[in-house]
Ligand binder design. Structure first.
Ligand SMILES: [Zn+2]
Length: 217
C-alpha cells in the first residue's frame, strides 16, 4: 500500500514539474527534425532499382508530400490513353521545391500546360546531357527567362520555387509538383548538337537514390 501511495505522489510531482504541453512539444520537435519519406514513396522502392547519379537532392521534402502519380501510360479523363512523362508529388501550396543537382536555369516561364515551370540543365549526368523540369509552381524563385536567354547558376538543393496548382491541373486537390528528368537523345548525323531533343525518363530511380531516401533504405 505504501508503495502505491509513493508512486502516486511521484507521478503527481512529475506532472507538476513537467506539464503535458511541454512533453508533447518535445516529442514533436524530435520527430520533425528527421524528414522520413512518406510511405507511398518507400513502397515504390521495392519495385524500382535506384539509379545513382549526381542528382542527389530530392525535389521536395519527401515527408511533406506523397506520390500521387507515377511515370508511364495512364488513362486521360476523356478515356484516351495518355503518357505521363514525370511523377506527381501531392503537397501543400508553398512547399519548397529544390533543384535536384547543380546546374543552370534553361527556362523559367509561365507555360500553358505546365503553369509556372522551371527547367534546370545539369550538363552530363552519368555521361548523358540531362535536365530536370519542375511544373505547376505557385511561385518561381529564380529569374524568369526564356530558353536561350537564361544564365542563372543553380546549386543542388537550392529552392527554385514553391508547390502550386498553376497550368493544367485538376481534381479535388490539384496542388502538386510534376517533376521530369529528361535526357538528350543520342547523336544523329542529321541533327545539329543543339537540336537533338530531350526525352523524358522515369524520375523515380533518380529520386529513390537521393540522399533523403538512400539513407533509410
Ligand atoms: Zn504530372
Amino acid at each position: 500500500m505504501k508503495k502505491v501511495v509513493l508512486l502516486i505522489v511521484l507521478l503527481g510531482v512529475i506532472h507538476t514539474l513537467y506539464p503535458k504541453s511541454k512533453r508533447v512539444r518535445y516529442k514533436k520537435e524530435q520527430t520533425t527534425s528527421v524528414c522520413v519519406p512518406h510511405e507511398s514513396i518507400i513502397r515504390q522502392a521495392k519495385n524500382v532499382q535506384p539509379k545513382k547519379s549526381k542528382l542527389t537532392k530530392a525535389p521536395l521534402p519527401l515527408c511533406k508530400c506523397w506520390l500521387a502519380s507515377k511515370f508511364g501510360p495512364r488513362k486521360l479523363p476523356n478515356g484516351k490513353q495518355g503518357y505521363h512523362k514525370g511523377v506527381d508529388f501531392a503537397a501543400d501550396i508553398g512547399t519548397p521545391i529544390y533543384s535536384m543537382g547543380d546546374g543552370k536555369v534553361k527556362e523559367a516561364v509561365m507555360h500553358p500546360m505546365f503553369g509556372n515551370m522551371v527547367v534546370v540543365d545539369h550538363g552530363k549526368v552519368n555521361g548523358v546531357p540531362t535536365q530536370t523540369r519542375y511544373a505547376h509552381m505557385h511561385k518561381m524563385m529564380v529569374n524568369t527567362c526564356k530558353q536561350g536567354n537564361c544564365n542563372q547558376r543553380i546549386k543542388k538543393g537550392q529552392i527554385i520555387g514553391q508547390v502550386g496548382k498553376t497550368g493544367n491541373v485538376r481534381g479535388k486537390r490539384p496542388e502538386h509538383l510534376h517533376v521530369q528528368v529528361e535526357q538528350q537523345q543520342k547523336k544523329d548525323k542529321k541533327m545539329k548538337k543543339n537540336q537533338r531533343p530531350y526525352v523524358a525518363v522515369d524520375p523515380l530511380p533518380y529520386i529513390l537514390a537521393t540522399d533523403a531516401v538512400a539513407s533509410i533504405l
